[in-house]
Design a binder for this molecule. Structure first.
Ligand code: PMP
Length: 316
């Protein structure tokens, strides 16, 4: 996994401060009860290496604020101010590689009661250089997890709520301990939901299929982008419940998300998916997305917030 050091500056308690000074109390409510929510956003260096193209920044900011609403947060921020804060942090860190942003909203009071109302809230953001999260040069080996996906009436999966990621962590450990790369979780009804940090698509008879937004999934921004690209390419799509056995019979299957980007699946529970080689449709979609990220194509230019950096940087 290509994580490296975090970048020098973070946004914390209303100021831009050195990352090492952006620290919270051990009594913080969010630390004890998982009462936070986060976003994960990528910025890609443009071909000229002087511009960072931030992918769907406004949509990520809007989803973060919707998660905050689920947690009954009262923050002095709207989409515009979150966007502007991310841009200002980028200017200060002047990245020389592709980056990942981690905005976090959290209940910051030192408070013992596990409740949502009446607790102070904060926004913090830090960033780091980032390459691939999964090794997308090869197919992913995947298991169906024995852990059930959290359901809306337990912890809403459509909110990117910190505490909900215990569920992802349990499934990810299980996958890794079984020698797999990633897990697919089933919902309480036994239908396919998503990966531990990514949405899932399968292809059956030329139709691109993904779980519906009422299927205990995160409403992924990459997922939504892929549905749009498929529609523009004339590829039929369906958002519907997926059975476990459909996974095994799929012609193609792939994960998508900000972290994983687009990662094709080679095996599920030891069964080869399709031909077991890099499938066609996923490659077509991947190319369109990366041409958008790198500014090589302006077909989806409205998905990119380009930020020209003050000094020239090397392309990565
Ligand atoms: N599902 C889960 C559980 C995730 O954590 C993520 C990553 N944010 C996704 C799906 C993909 O969402 P997006 O495309 O908005 O990054």
């Amino acid at each position: 996994m290509a994580f490296s050091e975090t970048m020098d500056y973070a946004y914390f308690e209303g100021n831009f401060v050195p990352f090492k000074d952006a620290n919270i109390s051990i009594g913080t409510h969010a630390l004890h009860y998982g009462t936070g929510a986060f976003a994960g956003i990528r910025g890609y260096l443009d071909g000229n290496g002087e511009t960072i193209n931030i992918f769907r920044l406004r949509e990520h900011a809007a989803r973060l604020l919707r998660s905050a609403k689920l947690l009954r947060m009262e923050l002095p921020h709207d989409v515009d101010s979150v966007v502007e804060t991310v841009l200002e942090l980028t200017r200060r860190n002047a990245p020389t590689s592709d980056v990942y942003y981690r905005p976090l909203v959290y209940k910051s009071s030192v408070q013992l009661t596990p409740r949502l109302k009446g607790i102070d809230d904060e926004l913090a953001i830090y960033m780091m250089p980032m390459g691939d999260y999964l090794d997308t040069q090869r197919g992913q080996r995947v298991i169906v997890s024995s852990w059930t996906r959290i359901t809306d009436n337990i912890i809403p999966a459509r909110g990117k709520i910190t505490g909900g990621y215990i569920n992802s962590s349990l499934a990810k450990d299980e996958a890794e301990e079984k020698g797999a790369d990633e897990a697919i979780m089933l919902d309480v009804n036994g239908k396919v939901s998503e990966g531990t940090g990514c949405n899932l698509f399968i292809v059956r008879d030329g139709v691109l299929v993904t779980a519906p937004i009422t299927g205990d999934i995160l409403e992924g921004i990459t997922r939504r982008s892929i549905l749009q690209i498929a529609a523009d390419l004339g590829i039929p799509t369906e958002q519907r419940s997926i059975d476990r056995s459909e996974l095994y019979l799929a012609d193609e299957a792939f994960f998508c998300g900000t972290g994983v980007q687009v990662a094709w699946i080679e095996t599920i529970d030891g069964r080869t998916i399709g031909t077991g080689t890099q499938p066609e449709l996923v490659e077509q979609i991947r190319t369109i997305l990366f041409d958008t990220f790198r500014g090589r194509s302006d077909r989806y230019a409205e998905w990119i917030t380009p930020l020209k950096l003050a000094r020239p940087v090397a392309a990565g």
